[in-house]
Design a protein around this ligand. Structure first.
Ligand code: ZN
Length: 216
């Protein structure tokens, strides 16, 4: 059973509400494509996720470390780096963390570089619930908008956002889909989940069994 933390609206200061309303009512895909039904069409095609893996060192982030965890410095994601340091991970494979549909694969402004956004159904076919994963600063795209992807499928390679950073993967997981690309850092975390915590709590069934066996 997949769990997802509900946004805690009571904690949000009143002066943030206009911004939140704007964020929550801006249909990003429809705005960019001019097609108001595009997101709904993608959601209809979105496969059910059978669990989540890590986006690098598949499936458990082997030989990678999280250099800037969710919440540190108001970071809205995780920064995955190879243990070799520097740019040793440049060009390494980035994998889809779960089954889903690629809703965007494009260059974003403000030093985001190449970004892939994938929507995942964590409910059932008849009762869907969605989360979105965001993979940023990529060197190359290995998938494209509209593609259905499987957990563990190669979707891109680790990059530097065109030299803006040392090579790493910035990964976000959002409980609210189709928000604007955002800033990567914010005190307001509504609509964002702790990626590592979410992945750990939602591993595929066979991996959960494996973990239990290995503890005995
Ligand atoms: Zn980051």
């Amino acid at each position: 059973m997949m769990t997802i933390k509900k946004p805690v609206f009571s904690r949000i200061p009143l002066h943030c509400l206009p911004l939140l309303l704007l964020l929550s009512t801006t249909p990003l895909l429809a705005n960019q494509s001019g097609d108001p039904d595009l997101l709904q069409r993608y959601l209809k095609q979105c496969p059910v996720a059978d669990g989540f893996d890590f986006p690098v060192g598949k499936p458990n982030a082997k030989k990678y470390y999280n250099a800037q965890k969710f919440g540190r410095n108001f970071h809205l994601g995780d920064d995955w780096n190879g243990i070799g340091g520097g740019n040793t991970d440049l060009g390494d494979p980035v994998y889809a963390i779960a089954n889903g549909i690629v809703v965007s694969a494009r260059i974003e402004p403000f030093k985001w570089g190449k970004v892939i956004r994938i929507i995942h159904n964590i409910g059932t076919k008849s009762k869907p619930r969605y989360v979105e994963s965001v993979y940023a600063h990529l060197q190359h795209f290995k998938t494209k908008e509209g593609a259905k992807v499987r957990r563990g499928q190669l979707i891109g390679t680790i990059g530097t956002a065109n030299g803006a950073y040392k090579a790493h993967l910035h990964l976000e997981i959002r409980s609210r889909i189709n928000m604007p690309i955002g800033t990567g850092y914010s005190k307001i975390t509504t609509g964002y989940l702790d990626p590592t915590r979410f992945i750990r709590e939602n591993r595929p069934k066979h991996r959960r069994r494996k973990v239990r066996r290995s503890r005995k």
